[in-house]
Design a protein around this ligand. Sequence first.
Ligand code: FBP
Length: 551
Amino acid sequence: MIPEVSALQKARAAYRPKLPPALRAGNIRIVLGAPTEPASDQDEIKRLFPYTYGQPVATIAEGDGQQLKTEPLRVGVVLSGGQAPGGHNVIAGLFDALKAAHPESRLFGFLKGPGGVIKGKYRELTAEIIDRYRNTGGFDMIMSGRDKIEKPADLAACKRHFEEMALDGLVIVGGDDSNTNAAMLAEYLRAQDCSTAVIGVPKTIDGDMKNGQIEASFGFDTASRVYAELIGNIARDATSAVKYWHFIRLMGRAASHVTLECALQTHPNITLISEEIQAKGTTLQEIVDYITDVVVKRAAAGKNYGVLLVPEGLVEFIPDIKVMIDELSTILGRDEEYLQRLPDHSERVQYLSTQLTAASAQVYSSLPLSIQEVLLTRDSHGNVPLSQVETERLLIDLVSDRIRLMKARGETEAKFSPLSHFFGYEGRCAAPSNFDADYTYSLGYAAAQLIRGGLTGYTVNVQNLTQPAEQWVAGGTPVTMMLNIETRKGKQVPVIKKALVDLNGKPFQTFARHREEWALEDCYIFPGPIQYFGPCEVCDAPTMTLALEKS
Ligand code: FBP
């Protein structure tokens, strides 16, 4: 007989995520702190968010429950942006909390991301549907999308649907851009006297939505572990076959958190960290020199193999390429339609050469065609689709050329047989680790309490994550507190500040202390697959990044 689900799926369906005590309590209260303000651009953000600016931080504690709504609630949920392990558990936590508060409460899932909210496309999420997806990876319960709710007509359409559906609240599960969007929607609804509350949930495998309030975005833990397992396997293959250099690009958009975490877990020979490259102003040429130097030194020691990690956002951090991308963004903000209409890429290059500065035009035309094309696209939030930029191949080509030249000059006998890999999509839909399963369930459960408390314009948080779930504390962070003003597509807009790798932070410093040794020796570590059952130190430990940050 062919099973309908795998043995692991069956066992995981029965897993009961851990909840912090205040969320488990029948009666809770929401404790509000002092008014808040963003770290910068206060006046402009206050002007843009007159109704939701300055709200206090909220903490969920055990209490008498008097402030909370007790009537049945109608709540919507939407998954926004890239998939991240644990999304289904956010929805399950939200569902269970709503039903625990009142069995007649109802949950509606908007389909295919924020576009589904704009179009009013949703399905009711019943217990039978929720049970099918508990502790599973992916966003397939209601799917995701990258639309942005921003045009006046879209905002008005949302309000109309919410009023027709009599929604008490909407939970937007997304990254920095989607939580910014949640704040804009919350502000709009308040201004329009619409009572639907909007609560965001910090999601992204990239790990770049974190700050003093949000300790980690969900999905980072699981995705990093999946990639680290694969990197460990490849390192084992490298030391077995002793003939390949593996160039591995890792997902994570702009920030290098995923790459740094994988380096800490596996000790590869070379790891490029975009933030360091930007800080030092390292050129592409210098990166190629550094890689070549390690390849040549290892070859001299008889090791014609190795493992290199490169973050997918690297090109955006190489100084001259970054300047060129910023110029391109401004041009696209102005002339995107015109450029799209040009029938041939060579005509686009020709047009751009008249619009870019001479230096940027030169950098742009020096890149391979495939990369040139990707750099001309932006998602609805203005981001370059970096997952399509094959930086690992670019580096392989440049290092191969350099080694060929050195060989011709008799400067090395290195045998350089490179293989390229990209780990991205295979990690971001994995079944959530225990950490992500517990964390996301708590996030969903807490989001329901914030709605019951009548809060809007908040991102839900769960803190104290390096401790056992018994000591976690949940609450809400006003989104306006996390905003700053940035230039996107040539326009000044409010966005949640992305957390990049802190070069003075313990995770990077730990890596930097060891990288020379890892370059020349074989110090690989083999994390193996995610374990769901077994001792806590194997199954429940947080990422090394989080543990080091909090140590
Ligand atoms: P989010 O920021 O939306 O969570 O996206 C995460 C991510 O996995 C990035 O690491 C990656 O660059 C991007 O999604 C790729 O997604 P897409 O294929 O939709 O461009």
